[in-house]
Design a protein around this ligand. Sequence first.
Ligand code: UD1
Length: 422
Amino acid sequence: MDSIRIRGGRPLAGEIPISGAKNAALPLMAAALLCQGPLILENVPRLADIRTMASLLAQHGLNVERQGPEGRRLVLGGRITSTEAPYDIVRKMRASVLVLGPLLARTGEARVSLPGGCAIGTRPVDIHLKGLQELGAEVRLEQGYIHARVAGRLRGAQIVLPFASVGATENLLMAATLAEGRTEIANAAREPEIGDLATCLNRMGARIEGIGTDRLVIEGVRELSGARHAIIPDRIEAGTYACAAAITGGEVRLRGARLEHIAALARALGDAGVEVMEEAEGILVRRAGKLKGVDVMTEPYPGFPTDMQAQFMALMSVAEGAAMVTETIFENRFMHVPELNRMGARINVHRASAIVRGVKQLCGAPVMATDLRASVSLVLAGLAAKGETIVHRVYHLDRGYEVLEQKLAACGADIERISGSA
Ligand code: UD1
């Protein structure tokens, strides 16, 4: 297994190109199941999770072809030959459950392995299933699988989500595009990735209104066709590198990033003493003065993203004063805390909140994490720490960050991948 070695203490300076958004690409790929194709997606990031979704779609019978000079174009299409999403693929990536809505809407049937628990909590799919039942599906759970069926087409319905779940909104939105009649999804999640999905679905012939709001109205159509769509930039990747610039006291241009997508983070960074400026081609992030402790609480978009919580906590661990970081989305998302503390941070967790008392300097250490964002928070800590940090279990990073060490090294970080170490 690879690891990453960092020798900390160098301020980052330079430019980082922001890749296409992983969390937009995954549902967009699943949307290929709604039509014969071809669905042509541009700006697709090169990540392990994208390969996992590609192999799942291939197992459903679709052709998935990478094209273009860097393989950033995906061409998807073909006939569905299997409606089963097997445990072996779903267990690798929870987002596999996004094939459920499209398979059911298109073929009238889907058998998808239950995703089960994961490092950051139990993460049930009850909201997805209840919504599909409201659209007329019969849903049974048997032998670890979700079995959903409908005779004929799904039927439009009024759905009120009990919580603005990102995945449930995406699954129900995709399913409703092919339902008979009109569907309304109230309390829908508003993440930019959902807007990107809805925009692409409309290009495929869907009739969705209310994009970007918490009330999506979908007029069902009989069929969708192929389309071409460029994926939005990854706001979490951009936010992560913004924190990297901030924690090292550097200056970095995030090429392609959109400030409107990271507004809550930009406000928190501003309060902490970090300059975040919109430019023609992206965002400039700079810190010259001291970092100050700022309280944040994670919330559904447009609130502060849970996917930035660990990185922001790493930043707060070297700020002046204290910061309270409260996690409201996932119940078990402080796995980075003990590792950050091993690097000299002073963080105490009490239920859903962590009190971070800033220290002057972190110290390098061997560390490892159990999920994607926790792992990258340790990389950020390593960039600011004195001495050497080795981050183990790099496969978590490879799920969501494209050539992370190259992007950071190009801005002057002393960072390298060591292949094959335990
Ligand atoms: C997506 C993102 C993930 C991000 C999360 C929250 C993708 C591929 N992943 O995950 O990176 O951290 O949004 O912004 O886009 N819940 C239920 N029942 C359900 C569904 C969800 O109780 O049926 C709960 C979950 O356990 C969790 C919360 O709702 O506590 C948020 O989950 P959700 O918004 O669905 O996140 P994902 O779509 O899984």
